[in-house]
Design a protein around this ligand. Structure first.
Ligand code: BV8
Ligand code: ZN
Length: 257
């Protein structure tokens, strides 16, 4: 029965209470970066210049019009570089320092703001906007903050194929090592006070949207912090509606009484 929560983590007033041996797995989405001024996918109706996001963020979309896709990512690079981590990002970096190896942050965000907030126990399952790799050969990924000019498509110095942003596109598999690391973390801390916290995500994209069920299957108590109703909200034990920049410091700032 997956709902047999190992050990309750909510205090009398229903607030999250991380006990001395608590282990915390966090999943974040675009909503956590909204208060840093970055548009969410849902918020912008999933469109960019009237192009569906899933189309631009796909191998087929890149094949069809690499210059258009690079313009899309170049604009997002500019915005990400101008943005600053907010109180939600900082609250997660703080609780990481408190929990150490009993903490793991999995993000769907490619904007790099968690890393800039000081998060280290971090898995960017959908890749990095500020990285580039080759669409044709195994040239190692390189950091790249370049916003390419309209019409420009950078080429690989090794094989002359088009370079592409180091993100995971729709229809592309996530790195199995990342999914394994999540599994290992849940296995390692099951049986203790295991908490899964999702923040700023609509639960629309898979396999990330299924992490709540994976965590429940390991006895985790599950929390969602989101401004609006999420597609998978019903899978969580506790749901807090509101801005993550306010609710995450509140929820994670509490010390066991
Ligand atoms: C794969 C990188 C297979 C690129 C991204 C099962 C069922 C149905 C479909 C599928 C399925 N399994 C697979 C699929 C297909 C697909 C998928 O999920 N499609 C969806 C659209 C139905 N998944 C894939 O293709 C995945 N790959 O399955 O490969 C495979 C296997 C083996 C071999 C080959 C192939 C790959 C998915 C990853 C795609 N890449 N990003 C880029 O960014 O350009 S996904 C991208 O969109 C983001 O990374 C993120 O994951 C997603 C957006 O979701 P959110 O982050 O949740 O953002 P959203 O805007 O939706 O919601 C924000 C929320 O925040 C809102 O609810 C809002 O209310 C809230 N909010 C706003 N402000 C605040 C706030 N909350 C708190 N505070 C605030 N201030
Ligand atoms: Zn190459």
């Amino acid at each position: 029965m997956d709902d047999c929560v190992a050990r309750a983590t909510s205090s009398a007033d229903g607030e999250l209470e991380l006990g001395p041996d608590a282990a915390l797995l966090v999943l974040t989405g675009a909503g956590v970066s909204a208060e840093s001024g970055l548009p969410t996918y849902r918020g912008s109706g999933g469109l960019w210049r009237s192009h569906a996001f899933e189309r631009l963020a796909s191998p087929e979309g890149f094949q069809a019009d690499p210059a258009l896709v690079w313009r899309f990512y170049s604009e997002r690079r500019d915005a990400a570089l101008k943005a600053r981590p907010n109180a939600g990002h900082r609250a997660l970096a703080d609780v990481e320092r408190r929990l150490g190896e009993r903490f793991l942050l999995v993000t769907q965000n490619v904007d790099g703001l968690h890393r800039r907030a000081g998060s280290e126990r971090l898995i960017e399952i959908h890749g990095r906007l500020l990285g580039t790799r080759c669409s044709g050969c195994n040239r190692p990924e390189s950091p790249d903050e370049t916003a390419y000019a309209e019409g420009e498509v950078p080429r690989c110095e090794q094989c002359d194929s088009a370079l592409r942003p180091a993100v995971v596109w729709f229809g592309e598999a996530l790195d199995p090592a990342h999914l394994e690391a999540v599994d290992d973390f849940l296995d390692r801390w099951r049986g203790g006070q295991l908490v899964f916290l999702a923040a700023g995500t609509s639960g629309a994209v898979w396999p990330a949207a299924g992490l709540v069920d994976l965590a429940r299957s390991r006895g985790a108590e599950t929390w969602l912090v989101n401004a609006e109703r999420a597609d998978n909200a019903g899978r969580f034990h506790h749901v807090r509606r509101g801005p993550s920049g306010t609710l995450l410091p509140e929820l994670l700032g509490r010390r066991p009484s």
